[in-house]
Design a protein around this ligand. Structure first.
Ligand SMILES: NC(=O)c1ccc[n+]([C@@H]2O[C@H](COP(=O)([O-])OP(=O)(O)OC[C@H]3O[C@@H](n4cnc5c(N)ncnc54)[C@H](OP(=O)(O)O)[C@@H]3O)[C@@H](O)[C@H]2O)c1
Length: 209
């Protein structure tokens, strides 16, 4: 598939690496053109593009910016009507110890409201960038899980196919409203990784029947 990654930071770089390695056609954009060019140059076939018009012709847009920058970043890449937007953001407080919104809404729902017509799917937000960069198989041999939640079936299917093409196990986490659970789950993952000292090679999973 044709994938636009918005963001060239920890998650954006890991997505560009893994999505291009999986054989998809990847374009990447961010505000800092030099950073984008340097990232794209590392992987054959990856195109560095300017934001304006970058969504044109793409099957999927992966939003890999901070939550505070999300809406501006999406609006900068052109019309998103009918386009799948994979929202990986976590609305973290500056110290990463809490969330700036939740319970009655989520980052994913707020983003969906701000970009009407886009097919928003919450996914990948519970994976550390280090896990994404290293690949789906964790140090203990288990495969990390990508949870996906959306009100759009096509968006869910796209997120599932994309995640599985990268080697991840996937779990349908229901409607977009369930991003209200997935975003705090990322907070718990940060606790396990940093607070509990288990490191950034951990990832949450659902097991059993
Ligand atoms: N890091 C993790 O382990 C992790 C795990 C799960 C989810 N997440 C979530 O993933 C998102 C990205 O995290 P990160 O660690 O990759 O952040 P990061 O390293 O700070 O990267 C953020 C990227 O967003 C770009 N950006 C900001 N505003 C933009 C705009 N208006 N247009 C285009 N690009 C823009 C920045 O571009 P410039 O450099 O050009 O300014 C930068 O490349 C966050 O929402 C975070 O909560 C992170």
């Amino acid at each position: 598939m044709k994938v636009l990654v918005i963001g060239a930071g920890n998650m954006g770089s890991a997505f560009v690496k893994q999505i291009s390695a999986a054989g998809h056609q990847v374009s990447v954009t961010a505000r800092d053109a030099a950073k984008v060019a340097a990232l794209a140059a590392q992987y054959p076939g990856v195109q560095a593009v300017v934001p304006a018009g970058a969504a044109d012709g793409q099957d999927v847009v992966v939003l890999a910016t901070g939550y505070a920058d999300a809406v501006a970043a999406l609006q900068s890449v052109g019309p998103l009507q009918g386009k799948v937007v994979v929202d990986i953001t976590n609305p973290l407080t500056p110290d990463y110890m809490g969330l700036t919104l939740g319970h009655s809404t989520s980052a994913a729902e707020e983003i969906a409201k701000a970009v009407p017509g886009a097919l928003v799917v919450k996914a990948f937000n519970t994976l550390f960038a280090q896990v994404l960069a290293q690949g789906a198989t964790l140090a203990d041999g288990n495969k990390a899980t990508v949870f996906y939640a959306s009100d759009s079936e096509p968006a869910k299917q796209t997120a599932k196919v994309l995640a599985e093409s990268l080697g991840f196990v996937t779990a349908d986490a229901g409607s977009l409203k369930n991003a209200r659970y997935l975003e705090p789950l990322a907070g718990l993952n940060i606790y396990f990784g940093y607070g509990a000292g288990r490191g950034t090679g951990v990832a949450p999973a659902w097991v059993g029947a």
